[in-house]
Write a protein that binds this ligand. Sequence first.
Ligand code: NAI
Length: 481
Amino acid sequence: FKWTKRILKGGVVIGLGVLAWTVYELRHPMPQFEWDPKKKTIAILGTGWGSVSLLKDLDTENYNVVLVSPRAYFLFTPLLPSCTVGTIELRSIMQPIRFLTRFKKREILFIEGNCTKVDPDSQVITVEDSSQVTGDVSVTNIKYDYLVVGVGAENATFGIPGVKEHASFLKEAWDARRIRTQLLDCLESAAFPNQTDSEKERLLHMVVVGGGPTGVEYAAELHDFLNQDITTWYPEVAGKFKITLVEATPHVLGMFPPDLIAYTEKTFAENKVDIRNNTAVKEVRQKEIVVFNRDKQTSETIPYGLLVWATGNAPRPLVVDLIAQLPKDVQNQRRGLVTDDWLVVKGSPRGSIFALGDCSATKWAPTAQVASRQGAYLANLFGHLATMKREKAKLEDEGKSPVDVIHTLPPFVYTHMGSLAYVGGEKAIADLPGNIHIGGMLTFYFWRSAYLSNLFTLRNRTLVAFDWMKCKIFGRDISRE
Ligand code: NAI
């Protein structure tokens, strides 16, 4: 017994020592190699799932790296819906990009800016400082040997009038912040003295357009906010709070198996979240939307207080511009850059451009899981390219093109690890490999632990775990910033 106690004590001391050393190391990065003009330069566009996963795994001993993004942080997007109601604080799912670049072997040139132009022939990108504060220089050109386009996508609006002017999107950190503010604004305005009943009903009607995972998870978070907080802090208006999810196709979560779709729709019905399937939004006005019901073939106007638009992805202007510069016979997809199985953008001169994640048009769904695997794959591919100098020279002597050289390496292979979605009331669904479909409370804990372990850093994991605990103990913060 005495020995067990001693071993336990020793274990605790060693554990604390390791933790203290890890924290010390995190705060005190080592000196880095300098930029080496003899090495090839990789320009990476974006700080989303694909680009950051590439950066994380890339051996920078072999390359100079330029990272360009208007967003100086990585955002753990799967938990973004939780930030709209304050279950999690935004900063907990953000990781400053310099916390990552500073730990690479070689100095990384990070530019906070928008890449506005790619010139594939001269292998040059143009970057503009898009922030509110700029210096005398706010445009620069960078020459690259390899370019990795991982700029993601923007929100699809399908040209529907009024969406951009009146709806809130849910893609970026500022979208979640805006939704949280507007939601609390709707509640306070509804509680304003002498507000008419019809105006109260409008202000408290939360409409979500798009029944994909984003729309479903946001509606689920709203339901929790209503049940766990609004009823307590806004008892005078809580009864009028209503959530409607509008989906153009016959069912929500089209990419999930039918039993999980049925489970989600049943859970929403129990939670009094109104799903309007087969209903397409045709117009968005300042205080109401016009919808068309495909079953009844009728149109209707629905008043709303807050409208969240989650109807999927559309390519960014930079990607559209790049596609237009490449041969039309190979770049024939409107949704993004067509790549081969090695993630080389088809038709790019000398195989110098790669694309990954939501800006590419592949056979896989535009998910975080795919993008992050593609990033890890590219890091490995660049590692191989740096070490196969002799083979490369031999292949080039044999008349092989740079793309042929890349094609001697293994292609990208994707194994799907499953999909998860939160459906509200501490219930989640999981579509796992091996045809395993589960839903309920236990799946919710699985969902939480999967997301916690997938968070990029120990810092994010700690912050999110604390937020969940804080929310359980004290409830959500309802102060409007
Ligand atoms: P999505 O493309 O999956 O879903 C958009 C939905 O909006 C579709 O069901 C579509 O029918 C509907 N829609 C389009 N126009 C409409 C209109 N005018 N009126 C009403 N409904 C309309 O978009 P989402 O949810 O943003 O997801 C984007 C990608 O990210 C998907 O590939 C998704 O699988 C992935 N994702 C996965 C998550 C997960 O697995 N938990 C979480 C979030 C995103």
